[in-house]
Design a protein around this ligand. Sequence first.
Ligand code: ADQ
Length: 670
Amino acid sequence: MATTQTSRIPFLGFVESPANKCWSLKKIRQVGFASFVGQRNRTQSFCVGRSYFSSSPRRIHNNGSGSGGGGGGGFIQKNCQDGSSSSSSNVEDDQNNKGLLLGAERDASGAVVGFSLIPQSGEEKAYAKVPNGEEDATADAETGDNIYIEINYTAIFVTAEAAPYSKTGGLGDVCGSLPRALAARGHRVMVVSPRYLNGGPSDKRFANAVDLHCPTKVYCFGGVQEVSFFHEYSDGVDWVFVDHPSYHRPGTPYGDVFGAFGDNQFRFTLLCHAACEAPLVLPLGGFTYGEKCLFLANDWHAGLVPVLLAAKYRPYGVYKDARSIIVIHNLAHQGVEPAVTYKNLGLPSDWYGAVEWVFPTWARTHALDTGEAVNVLKGAIVTADRIITVSQGYSREITTPEGGYGLHELLSSRKTVLNGITNGIDGNDWDPSSDVHIPSHYTLNDLSGKVLCKIALQEELGLPVRPDCPLIGFIGRLDFQKGIDILLSATPELMQDDVQFVMLGSGERQYEDWMRHMESLYPDNFRGWVGFSVPVSHRITAGSDILVMPSRFEPCGLNQLYAMRYGTVPVVHKTGGLRDTVENFNPYAQEGRGEGTGWTFSPLSRENLLAALRIAVGTYRDHKSSWEGLMKRGMERDYSWDNAAVQYEQVFGWAFVDPPYVKSNQKEDK
Ligand SMILES: Nc1ncnc2c1ncn2[C@@H]1O[C@H](COP(=O)(O)OP(=O)(O)O[C@H]2O[C@H](CO)[C@@H](O)[C@H](O)[C@H]2O)[C@@H](O)[C@H]1O
């Protein structure tokens, strides 16, 4: 709903009075960052990307819903001369603009120090003053209500995958959902990722993305490379797809049946260069995102972005006010290539040190191996303004030799800018009361549909239909990280019990073959679904009683969150995000009513996994009310993205408080 138009005026803040849920405008005086630092504790966020201290009016337009606003926001749309927007727009309502005038505010010397919106008639009460930098500004002088200052960011996600356009795992989920959650909170958000075409049905996911006819040249790999950009605006987000022939081939985003693509360094270097250009050259909604933005580089594929900002743009005055955050979803993959490939990255020659990496002697492959390499993720950790990992537990683990994959010392040295924020889950996609992929729906108050999902799953997979038999599920990549070797060693013994075990996964060939072998050995108890299928993953999540996750390490883990939402009880190795999100069952707590949402075990071993699963199975069989309590407590947990988005906003604010990364010799030069 369009309600209020504002002009493009810096230093305006929009303030919500939560008590009466009535939006009102309050004046924020012109201040430097320092004043806002003082407000950190009492504001939802306090920094902006696109125009410092200009507040996007989108929140106001939508009366808090944040659902509108095409790439560029309402006021941008209105000022667009060429009307070239492909975004939906907030149509301005002139009627609602009449009440506001702009008033300059001057200090004793007469210098303008701020602006305020002045009501034209009789509404002074709605525009109470917010004195800057004073702690008591949290309370409205008139009503005593708390004041929240809404300041919006211009955020650019750079990622190798974003659901629903591309997804091979959790990275796709997060980069599909978090941008939407931030856009819904009023931020201007762009996601830049490749336009993968593999000749299969998944190509149609890009069908609505239109060519922006903005061919752009970037320099890397010894020459000029040309990319083009496709764009779709949906759910408040500008989805920008980088197009290049190297993204058009059969397979997944990273490889095919023969393994990882040999030119991945090229493909993702290109992505990073293109992503750095996108905010400068793409007129989304009529206006570019501009230089004062915040880049969120996800994992190593996007890790060159902070390095490029620091090495290629900032020294020349571009992106001087931008900030970057490296979001680590998985430290095990760092984009390491031989040192001679440095020249491919399109970085100035004197920046080698940023990505320089020397393997320890024990990790070298032969006597003449000097261990020299380039490490893109390391470069990102060095040059990014902030670092986020996807859970607090993991943010601690990566600073230890056990969890740091060789980067623990570097990460420890950057602890002051390192934060862990637990992922959320998409409550629309993953909701047992409305999930389009499952045969019956159910809720916290009526669980009857869950057993129907279980029966349907047993039928679908050709297992004996036995609603009373405990059904254990596993969903995930079949690799070392997921503890698949431990699962493999425990399965024959688990099959001696009266349980059913269903696995969905793809990955290493040996594990896929093993799943087929297990199926032939235990036809009544085991089913392995080799491949990647989102609908099947939903049906296993809904139809299982227990979800097992013996991950060796798990930065956050999404499947345990989905499982809890679906009343499926997780049994997990106590590590990283699994430790943070699954609360161990205690039947004696709460005067015998119990507490906890699943079982955690540690250390990771076949014996401990089996013991935890047996306790879970025993509880399922013999303690029905305890089981129902476990299911319900899991379903009640709030892992919505909105929670996580608020924490991201906080870190965005901190990113802008500090000056951006500048290489030390440049500091000295000045
Ligand atoms: N065969 C299959 N068919 C269908 N769907 C499948 C599938 N295999 C996996 N999935 C889906 O892919 C996602 C996997 O997410 P995870 O968070 O568990 O792991 P992943 O290791 O990919 O992500 C990394 O990034 C995420 C996001 O930050 C972190 O949570 C995680 O710890 C980190 O390892 C889930 O949505 C799951 O349902």
